[in-house]
Write a new protein. Structure first.
Length: 365
């Protein structure tokens, strides 16, 4: 009887071992079967973990209820580790605009000169200021002073306004060293004017978590009175979005003559961009109603220095002079010129993206 009991125990033990081996083999085969599917997923690690817990031959993420945050829900990105990527091969509609490679029979052909403008005026940290006021100011002290306003990282309403007093200011359609008589550097085709640059700037600020509104109202049907019309647009936006702290009037410049135009450029990561110029006004005698000009200058210097630090040669010297334009509307209001009429639209929009990154760094740090 003892030997019979021993035999039964051995048999039970053998069955347990066999069952364990079968279960282990099944589990291993199941994992091997699912692993290729896991690595095809955008979240292979999570799917691989899930594969050990499911028993019905299917798989799903354990926390599949979690949704990717929308742009408005994302927290501000304190610093950008990578270069903003401008949209590549954007097909622009030339049907209502100038075409550099079109038929120009009978037109005179003129030249475009590339130039990098910088290193003139008063050096302030990494950047330069062209002081046309004659005032003796502590620019280094203004640069290091704290911003007079701050972005609220906890709200979802616009805090930056981009607009254009001269909305129709336009660029060359291509990166070329020539232009013809028929080139007219104003258009309401937003594929080729400052609105496209404003779009690039707005997109980058929104990507960094700073909600930005871009008002594309046309103010320069007539050049005269355009600033009066554009400041009305600004005040309407300030009333609609009371959390706005930064107001940027985005323009483009013009350098050269009717027969030889100059385009200011810099190169970053092997790609050409249009140099920018920030204009900061002054009102020491109060004639312009611009009491906050020193605070605006503080903001301008911070953007200038940050842009030059991130993207060397991106900035022309900051233009500091007795003017106000619409900068008096708040202490975060500036006028910024991106390139000239002879820069290509792609150079200008690239700079718009980089400028957005520099401004975001200033506002978030």
């Amino acid at each position: 009887m003892k030997s019979e009991g021993t035999s039964k125990k051995k048999l039970k033990k053998a069955l347990k071992i066999s069952t364990a081996v079968v279960l282990l083999t099944t589990a291993v085969l199941s994992v091997i079967y699912r692993l290729p599917l896991c690595f095809e997923s955008q979240n292979p690690a999570a799917l691989a973990a899930a594969a050990f817990t499911l028993t019905n031959g299917e798989y799903k993420l354990e926390n599949s209820k979690a949704e990717k945050p929308t742009a408005s829900d994302q927290k501000p990105i304190e610093s950008a580790d990578t270069e903003p990527v401008a949209e590549k091969n954007h097909k622009r509609d030339k049907s209502t605009y100038y075409d550099s490679y079109g038929n120009h029979d009978g037109d005179n052909k003129y030249t475009v000169e590339e130039r990098t403008i910088g290193d003139t005026g008063t050096q302030v940290d990494n950047c330069f200021v062209k002081n046309k006021t004659g005032l003796s100011l502590d620019f280094d002290g203004l640069l290091s002073a704290k911003l007079p306003f701050s972005i609220d990282k906890g709200i979802n309403s616009p805090q930056v306004l981009i607009y254009h007093t001269h909305t129709s200011e336009a660029y060359l359609d291509e990166d070329v060293d020539f232009f013809y008589d028929s080139f007219y550097s104003r258009t309401n085709n937003n594929d080729f004017n400052v609105v496209a640059v404003g779009d690039a700037l707005t997109e980058q600020l929104n990507k960094r978590g700073i909600k930005t509104v871009h008002d594309t109202t046309i103010h320069d049907e007539s050049y005269n009175g355009s600033y009066d019309r554009s400041v009305d647009t600004v005040y309407k936006n300030l009333e609609k979005y009371p959390d706005i702290k930064v107001v940027i009037d985005l323009h483009r410049d013009a350098i050269g003559t009717d027969e030889n135009k100059v385009k200011p450029v810099f190169t970053y990561n092997g790609k050409k961009g249009a140099q920018i110029m920030i204009l900061a006004g002054c009102d020491t005698d109060g004639e312009r109603g611009f009491d906050c000009w020193e605070e605006n200058l503080n903001f301008a210097l911070k953007i200038q220095d940050k842009a030059e630090t991130l993207y060397p040669d991106m900035t022309r010297p900051l233009n500091f002079d007795y003017f106000a334009y619409n900068e008096y509307v708040c202490n975060g209001s500036l006028l910024i010129e991106v390139g000239t009429e002879s820069n290509s639209i792609d150079e200008a929009t690239y700079s718009g993206s980089l400028l957005g990154n520099a401004i975001a760094d200033v506002l978030l740090n």
